[in-house]
Design a protein around this ligand. Sequence first.
Ligand code: G4P
Length: 532
Amino acid sequence: MSSNSPAAEAARRRTFAIISHPDAGKTTLTENLLLAGGAIRAAGQVRARGENRRTRSDWMKIERERGISVSASVMTFDHDGLMFNLLDTPGHEDFSEDTYRTLTAADAAVMVLDAAKGIEPQTLKLFEVCRLRDIPIVTFINKMDREAQDPFALLDEIASKLALDPAPLYWPAGSGGRFKGMLDLRRNRFLPFAKPSADGHGHPGPVAFQSNAIVTHLDPDEQGELEEGAMLVQEAAKPFDPQSFLEGHMTPVFFGSALRHFGVDQLLEGLGAYAPPPKAVAAARGGEGTHIAPGEKEVTGFVFKVQANMDPNHRDRIAFLKLCSGRFTRGMKLKVQNTGRQLSVNAPVMFFASDRELAEDAFAGDVIGIPNHGVLRVGDSLSETGTVRFAGLPNFAPEILQRVRVKDPLKAKHLKKALEGLAEEGVTQLFRPQMGADFIVGAVGQLQFEVMADRLANEYALEVIFEPSPYAEARWLGGEKADLEDFMGKHRSAMATDIDEQPVFLAKSAWEIGYVSERYPKVRFERTKERA
Ligand code: G4P
C-alpha cells in the first residue's frame, strides 16, 4: 500500500493509449514499451499471452483469423518512479466506437506512423477523436529500418493534415538499409542503430556528435547530411514547448524502429517527462457543475468499457473503471450514480502487464477491473457518495441495422437475454420495434455482426441468422414531450426502444430523416446519445 497522498500518487500516473492505422506497428510498439518499462523480459510475451487467452476464449478466433485486435485492455507497469497505464485500443475501423470510449480514459496518446506511409485514414480519424477530447499527442515515426519517406515530408504532413506543430526531439540518419541511428537534438549526441547482422542484443551507447568516435558510425557524407538536416529542422520547426503540447497545438516527434527496439526507451522517457498526469475532470455533483481533482478525498471514476467472459470459467463481466480521484482500496463500497446501487469492490483487478493481480489500492489515472454480473454499464459513474456524475460516454447511431433470428425457435427467450447482455457491454445496440416481435441489432461495422454471431454461438449456444432489415438509419429523439408524442403517434410502425427504453426512430433511408426533420422541426433526430 502506498503511503503517499492521492494527489502525489496521481501525479506519478501516466495513462495513455496508442493510436495508429492497422499495421503501423502498434502491437510491436506496445510490446517494446513493456520491455523498455521492465514489465516483460523478452519480446514475444505479449503475443504469447494473447495466444493463451485466445485458446481459452473461442470467440476471439475471429481476432486470430483476421489478425486484428477486437478487444481493448490495459497494461500497467511501474518504471522510473512512474506508474504507466497503457490502454490498448482495437485498430480495426469497425471498432471505432470502442476505441473512442477507450480514448475517453486516456490522458495522452502516442500516434504511431509508418515512416513509409505517413498519416493514414485511421490515424486521422483517431487523431480527430483525441483533438475533440483535448488529448495531447506524442508522435512516434516507426519502421525507420525500412525505406522511409523524407522526414521533412513527414513533418509537413503532420502540420498540414493535423494542423499540429511537429517538434522533433530526435533527427534520423537515413532509413532502410542506410538507417544509421538518430541525433538527440536536445543533448547533441548520436544514438547509433545496430545493424541487423549484429548479435541483436542492444544498440551501441550514445556518442557525442562532435567527437571523433562518430566516425565508427557515420561516414563523412552521412555525418554532413545529418548535420545539415538537423540544422535545417531546428530552423524550420518551432522548439518543443511542453505547454503548447498539453494544449494540443504541438506534438513532440520521436523516430525509431519498434521491431528492433530502437527509439523506444527514448519514447518512454519522453512520455514520463512530458505526458500529463490525470487532470481535474468536469462532472456534476448533486446536480451542480464542478471539476473533480485527482487529489480529492472521495473516490470517483467512470466505466469506459465492459468486457464479458474474459475468463469463460466464470461467467462474469469486467467493467473497466477509470479512477478520477481519491485512494481506492480493496473492499471499498462504491455507488452507481444513476441507479443508486451500491457495490462492494472486493476483487478489483489491476492489469499488470505480467498478469492479472488483485489491486490493494489505486489512484486517479489508474484503471481497475471490477467483476460484476451486469450491474455496471459503459458510461456509469461510480463514487463513494453516489452523487458524482461524469459526462456521459456517447452511443453512436449504428450504420448497419439487421434483423436477428435464432435458428431454434424454442430458444427465442435466450436470445433476448443474450442480445441484452451484448448491448450492455456496448458491443452492439439493440432495438425493439414497437410492432412485431423482431429484434433489430445495430452496429457501426459489419465485423461486429460476425463477432456477435460467434459469441452468441460460443458463449450462449445460440445459432443465429442475421437478415437484412428494412431500416438504414436510427435516431434518438429529443424535444418537448407533447411534440415527441405527436411524432411517435404518427410513426408507430417506425418506432422502437433501445436498451434503456429510450425511443428511437428507425428510418428506411437518410432521405427519410431529412424529410421528417423538415416536417417536425420541434423534434430533434440525434445521431448520438449520452446515457442519462
Ligand atoms: P499493428 O498492431 O499496428 O497492426 O502492427 P503490428 O505491430 O502487428 O506490426 C505490423 C507489421 O509491421 C508486423 O509485421 C511487424 O513485425 C512490422 N513492424 C512493426 N514495427 C516495425 C519496425 O519498426 N520495423 C519493421 N521493419 N517492421 C515493423 P508482419 O510481417 O505483418 O507480422 P509478423 O509476422 O512480424 O508478426
